[in-house]
Design a protein around this ligand. Structure first.
Ligand code: SF4
Length: 616
């Protein structure tokens, strides 16, 4: 097989046994790799309604057909599991050399179930699987763990993905980290911790074969050239931190837990200011010509990675105006292995609850808008689940349910996943994208904001036509995330589906067409919804936090604009229609047949009757 190895590794940490299995070419062609393959394996291997922290919940690592081909921005891998934050599909991507080494193990996917009796790590090569004791690594940061394992095994080729203290302590938004990057959203790190699995080390010599190496090289050169053109200026010049000033100008920069839509101290924190005052160096993932990463110097002279979402969540969202404070908070999240968006979102919720008298412990703890010391104290407490940290480690949705009162109104999440830095009231297509996303409030599994920012639609008005835009944007993202290609390369394609099909053809030898790839994107999205449906999704899960539907945009150029429940309902109706779902948002038998999901043995949907029963 070209592009894939056709191999799946299953590891059971209860028994310590592992086994290799063939992966059907038909499954790979139907779902590709990355997030698509992960979603199909999750549907098959997760017992219906499994608890996220149950040993039976599979933790799935996936590779993808373009990994290792040398194509720019493709050194990525997927991590898919049932999310402990949402109870629905949790799918994240991470990048760099771990992805390349994972591919060299000769595997397309690893499915891990069970729970080790004590803390362990896995050593996986193209020849063997070893489960090794890791008690001596307990408490170490992901970076320290990577270094320790590479030293212990005396290997410079070996690559390691690890959890930090937050994952060990089942913080519901813990990450899995490798080389300073993270499979960040949805708490995959906590699932790994629940299995007593500290790290996975991979190495191998099975270079992937491609069907038409010369053809792949020609396309790789072309994409590389385009990736260095003005199409990626933003990412190459300042990086994603450039968003802060732009969003502020447009009045869509969430601040003070979405009580403001601009930030008074934006100039002090903007990407431009950071670049001028604290720039350390530019960096990039393996195999990437864009190199969007920016490292900044913190006060103690250390370098810290920062991108827009971290800057927004630990800055304006918490009312923090000092760049060095944001860098320090980001450093702490990396140290303990915590998703910065959910950390910032949960802290901002606690700050508001504290100010409004519902969470006196927050104020005792020093947590308040604009008070960095409170954040510095809270992040380690969350990672250790100490005192108030134990409540916050549950994420804003569960914490609000615990303390009650009006606090749920201020928990800014969808399906339990905290909102990213896009103000939905001023970006109405994005509002719909966030409400219906299978993984919760997510800016990565669709680029719905693009229609708003580009002026293709009036971002301040809602209509049912947004449904088709969001569905198309989700399908597009699903293909990118399954091939895998970085989203920052997306504008470098002149005809994405046509060129991507040609690329896949040259890598795999499959006679792909653009329409086949479009169907793959739709199939992946429908399967994610089907999974959520089986796990208990209800129509009210496709919704936005009350604040966004009851309070007008508080500040900025669009001040006073509202997003009403009726508008959101109408957009959701348009989305269900565009997706071919029934009027309450359920996947229909007709759609399953149309996309050949019902018949796919790999997915294991035995009958539509069973599927409907699971949705009840
Ligand atoms: S553009 Fe940025 S995120 Fe994407 S592959 Fe390159 S360095 Fe990584």
């Amino acid at each position: 097989m070209y592009g894939f190895h056709g191999q799946l590794l299953r590891i059971d940490l209860d028994s310590g046994k592992s086994s290799r299995h063939d992966l059907d070419e038909s499954r790979l062609r139907s779902f590709l790799g990355g997030i698509g393959l992960g979603a199909s394996l999750l549907y098959e291997y997760a017992p219906p309604r499994v608890e996220p922290f149950s040993p039976a919940n599979p933790l799935i690592f996936t590779s993808a057909p373009l990994v290792g081909t040398g194509l720019t921005t493709t050194a990525k891998f997927g991590v898919v599991t049932k999310s402990p934050l949402t109870g629905f599909i949790g799918d994240s991507l991470s990048s760099s050399h771990f992805a390349l080494e994972l591919k060299r193990t000769g595997l397309d996917a690893i499915v891990i179930t069970g729970q080790a009796a004590s803390l362990v790590y896995l050593l996986i090569s193209d020849r063997a699987v070893e489960i090794r004791q890791a008690e001596h690594l307990r408490g170490k940061s992901p970076n320290e763990t990577e270094d320790a394992i590479r030293t212990e095994l005396d290997s410079s080729e070996l690559r390691v993905a690890a959890i930090g203290r937050a994952g060990e302590n089942l913080v519901r938004f813990a990450t899995i980290s490798n080389e300073g990057r993270h499979a960040g959203r949805g708490g995959a790190g906590a699932v790994m911790g629940s299995k007593n699995l500290k790290a996975i080390a991979v190495c191998g010599e099975r270079e992937p074969l491609v069907s038409d190496p010369d053809g792949v090289n020609v396309m790789a050169r072309l994409l590389r050239q385009r990736s260095l053109s003005s199409l990626t200026d933003k990412y190459r010049n300042i990086g994603t931190v450039a968003n802060l000033a732009v969003f502020n100008r447009l009045g869509v920069l969430p601040a003070h837990n979405f009580q403001q839509s601009t930030f008074d101290h934006c100039d002090a924190l903007s990407g431009e200011t950071l670049t001028e005052t604290s720039f350390a160096r530019r960096h990039g993932c393996a195999s990437c010509s864009i190199r969007c990463e920016r490292l900044f110097k913190s006060l103690n002279g250390e370098e810290q990675r920062l991108e827009y979402e971290t800057l927004f969540a630990l800055g304006p969202l918490c009312g923090i105006k000092e760049p060095e404070a944001v860098l320090q908070a980001a450093h702490l999240c990396d140290l303990y292995g915590m998703d910065t968006i959910s950390t910032g979102g949960t802290l901002a919720w606690a700050m508001e609850c504290g100010e409004k008298g519902l969470l006196p412990e927050a104020q005792k703890f020093g947590l308040g808008f604009g008070r960095p010391q409170g954040i510095f104290a809270a992040i380690p407490a969350i990672a250790e689940r100490a005192g108030l940290g134990a409540l916050l480690a549950e994420g804003s949705k569960r914490a609000a349910l615990e303390i009650g009162g009006r606090s749920s109104d201020w928990a800014m999440h969808v399906k339990g996943l905290e909102l990213p830095g896009y103000e939905p009231r001023g970006l109405k297509t994005m509002a719909l994208g966030l409400a219906v996303s299978p993984r919760g409030a997510c800016h990565n599994r669709s680029g719905a904001y693009e229609a708003d920012f580009s002026g293709e639609v009036d971002r301040l008005h809602a209509d049912s036509g947004r449904g088709a835009l969001v569905a198309a944007s989700e399908d597009f993202a699903a293909v990118l995330d399954s091939l895998i290609i970085c989203k920052f390369l997306r504008k470098c394609f002149t005809d994405f589906y046509g060129e991507a099909a040609e690329l896949l053809n040259k890598v795999t030898g499959w006679p792909c067409t653009d329409s086949e790839l479009r169907r793959v994107g739709e199939r992946i999205q429908i399967l994610k919804r089907l999974f959520n449906q089986r796990e208990g999704w209800q129509p009210h899960d496709d919704w936005l936090p009350p604040r966004l539907l009851s309070e007008a945009l508080p500040t900025g150029v669009a001040q006073g604009v509202v997003l009403t429940a009726a508008e959101l309902k109408e957009m959701i109706r348009g989305y269900y229609q565009a997706r071919g779902l029934d009027e309450s948002g359920l996947v229909t038998e007709k759609k399953l047949r149309e996309l050949e999901i019902l018949e796919a043995p790999a997915v294991g949907v035995k009958s539509c009757q069973a599927m409907k029963h699971a949705a009840c």
